[in-house]
Design a protein. Structure first.
Length: 218
């Protein structure tokens, strides 16, 4: 990483403003509907980059799942614990997190891999895929592109971001033993609803989002 702040620093400072801008991404809500329709009550689900707990952990808890959320930001973990007390949240990094024995019936990854290097993105995808139990699901979203250590200003903060192309995401998931059932891209324009959201959205450009729905064969 070059001059940008770490993900933990950025999200400690962004805090609840992230939910104001990104709490109602249509593609993410659709992915959660797709996933919860396929999970049995009590299913163990890991939410990587759980943020404020909304909308992901909240939707999963509402569907009767047993939810664990991890996030690098201590402030985000505190917010999530207060917003979704039925789930369990811990401060942890996807790059070093040790999953429970037996893995999870589902792993969710909505935009947590951008503030790292391309090598770390690839390794994190492989790690998350390995935590999906046989017959389980992996649902993810990111901003795709062959991007390596690019310095940008995002929500008023300087960050250094990387990503992988759509084709490389699909290749890595397949190599990790997952069947990609569906993938698509969508352009997200931050909303201008409540005044707080409108102010926060001023610092966010429209983004192309890649959504992937995958499953580990039983």
């Amino acid at each position: 990483m070059s001059g940008g702040k770490s993900a933990a620093d950025v999200f400690d400072e962004v805090g609840a403003r992230y939910e104001e801008v990104f709490g109602r991404v249509p593609g993410q809500l659709a992915a959660l509907d797709w996933l919860t329709a396929r999970l049995a009550p009590g299913a163990r689900v890991l939410d990587v980059g759980s943020g404020t707990g909304r909308p992901t952990a909240e939707a999963l808890v509402r569907a009767g799942c047993s939810v664990t959320g991890i996030d690098v930001s201590a402030h985000m973990v505190d917010l999530a614990r207060s917003r979704v007390p039925q789930a369990r949240f811990e401060q942890a990094d996807v790059r070093t997190y040790a999953a429970a024995e037996g893995g999870f019936e589902a792993v969710c990854s909505f935009f947590p891999l951008l503030v790292m290097s391309q090598r770390e993105v690839a390794a994190a995808l492989e790690r998350m895929a390995s935590w999906v139990a046989p017959g389980g699901y992996f649902v993810m979203a990111t901003v795709p592109g062959d991007i390596s250590d690019l310095d940008i200003v995002w929500m008023g903060h300087e960050v250094t971001v990387s990503s992988l192309s759509t084709a490389e995401h699909l290749r890595l998931l397949g190599a990790a033993g997952l069947d990609v059932l569906e993938h698509h891209t969508a352009l997200f324009r931050p909303g201008t609803g409540p005044a707080g959201a409108a102010r926060a959205a001023e610092a966010v450009e429209p983004e192309e989002h890649l959504f992937c729905y995958a499953r580990r064969p039983a």
